[in-house]
Design a protein around this ligand. Structure first.
Ligand SMILES: NC(=O)c1ccc[n+]([C@@H]2O[C@H](COP(=O)([O-])OP(=O)(O)OC[C@H]3O[C@@H](n4cnc5c(N)ncnc54)[C@H](O)[C@@H]3O)[C@@H](O)[C@H]2O)c1
Length: 357
């Protein structure tokens, strides 16, 4: 790579003043690492390893954004299955709007990991959720990739410090946890491990943004990250309700899709509960419903409601409110709800379904 050959500060493409000023005091290895931190963020070629439900979603999104995509998956018949999944998603992507030059023909399926990643500007792994498998796979991917190509893993909750343990240049390795269908849902949680450079997290967020996504930086590396911890809590409680004979699976889904689920598409739990506190907002809500934390409403133990926790929640929701009054946000919420309800109703009609189904 360019940097290894440079023995004194000089200007060339991708060579920043900051790096030039450091070169005098750095040895070759440190300098190489510094240059490797100028991660590639303007990408033309996207590599996808694993092309199941999630991998094919990444491939569809990258193709729709006008990129060349190289894919690899060891399963027999994987290429045909991938092309079929991409074709199935393409109608929705056309409706959403394709980037100039976007085409399903720009997908190339290759036979080896090395061929898949060698020329890639960005690499996304979506292999099965097994620590041993990801550890071995990332050792091979990172050894064959360009040293400054970012590597993202779609893992739902494994820790990057663990599965990037034997990666070459682990400073460019992150988690980029998406949501199904990846080609439509904007959220991607970005998580760094103990060896990930903070610059790599920022650079990966920039790349995901260029793919039309809404990256969310997860500050602490915790199993399940943010979204899957929330979804898992709901999921485990739902399984308890079925197990306890309280409700059928359909009734539990109804409890979400005709109520809280409609709100969740535009307002999260904290802001929703702030409005539930009326003009007095979140502090009143917590005083009113705080005692319920001790009631057996869930199998999940509640944290102790300390003054610090109350202040953190009130301060956080105050920031979320910004300059908006509660009544202005109530009008915003009502408009969003009417729009979501109308969209669900119209789409159900199109698919021959009644609203109440
Ligand atoms: N399904 C979801 O809703 C979801 C959501 C977000 C993240 N994820 C994560 O995405 C990843 C992939 O999940 P999925 O749902 O697409 O699974 P999947 O089973 O649909 O696809 C996995 C693919 O990986 C391939 N594969 C098998 N061994 C491999 C190897 N050694 N290297 C590369 N590929 C290999 C399989 O042939 C298969 O095509 C997992 O880490 C999962 O936790 C899943």
């Amino acid at each position: 790579m360019l940097a290894i050959a440079v023995s004194r500060p000089q200007k060339c493409a991708g060579f920043t003043d900051a790096i030039a000023s450091k070169l005098g005091s750095y040895g070759t290895t440190e300098f190489f690492q510094d240059v490797a931190m100028t991660f590639i963020t303007e990408i033309k070629t996207f590599a996808a390893l694993g092309s199941g439900v999630i991998g094919s979603g990444w491939v569809s999104r990258a193709l729709a954004h006008g990129l060349d995509v190289i894919a690899w998956d060891p399963a027999p018949g994987a290429e045909a299955a991938l092309r079929k999944r991409v074709a199935n998603a393409w109608g929705a992507l056309e409706k959403q709007g394709l980037a100039p030059g976007a085409s399903q023909d720009r997908l190339r399926f290759v036979a080896t990991i090395e061929e898949c990643v060698r020329d890639a500007d960005f690499i996304q792994e979506s292999a099965p959720e097994r620590l041993d498998l990801k550890l071995e796979l990332h050792s091979k991917i990172s050894a064959a990739a360009k040293p400054n190509a970012l590597i993202g893993s779609s893992t739902s909750g494994l820790l990057p410090s663990e599965f990037y343990e034997s990666a070459t240049h682990p400073e460019r390795c992150v988690v980029g946890h998406p949501f199904n269908p990846v080609y439509l849902l904007p959220l991607v949680e970005v998580v760094g491990g103990k060896n990930t450079a903070p610059e790599a997290v920022q650079a990966a967020m920039k790349v995901y943004e260029s793919l039309g996504m809404r990256p969310l930086h997860v500050r602490k590396e915790v199993p399940g990250f943010i979204a899957d911890r929330l979804l898992e809590a709901l999921w485990r409680e739902a399984l308890h309700l079925v197990n306890d004979g309280v409700a059928t699976t359909g009734e539990i889904d109804d409890a979400i899709r005709f109520g809280a689920g409609l709100r969740w598409s535009f307002m999260g739990t904290f802001l929703t509960y702030t409005l539930a506190g009326g003009d007095a907002g979140m502090r009143h809500f917590m005083a009113q419903f705080g005692p319920a934390l001790q009631l057996p409403w869930t199998y999940l133990p509640a944290p102790e409601l300390t003054d610090k926790l109350i202040d953190d929640v009130v301060d956080g929701t105050t920031d979320q409110l910004g300059t908006h009054s509660i009544s202005a946000l109530e009008r915003y919420r009502d408009d969003c709800l009417l729009a979501v309800l109308e969209a669900v109703k119209t789409t159900k009609e199109k698919h021959g379904m009644a609203f109440s189904e």
